[in-house]
Design a protein around this ligand. Sequence first.
Ligand SMILES: [Zn+2]
Length: 62
Amino acid sequence: MKCPICESKSQVLDSRPEKKGIRRNRECKECLTRFTTHETLVIRSMDKHLIQKYHEKEEGCI
Ligand SMILES: [Zn+2]
C-alpha cells in the first residue's frame, strides 16, 4: 500500500477485523504519515467444484 502523501511504501502497524473485512493502521516510513485502510472481502469467482458443493449443501438443508 502506497502512502497517500509521498507514495512511498507504508508499514502496517496493526490490523483489526471488522464486520465485513479488515481495518489496517499504517505508517509511512518516509514522511511518517499515519493512515487507516479498510479492506473488504468480495468473492468474484469460485471454482466449479466448490459451486457444486455449495449447491449440494443448500439442497441438503431443504
Ligand atoms: Zn509518506
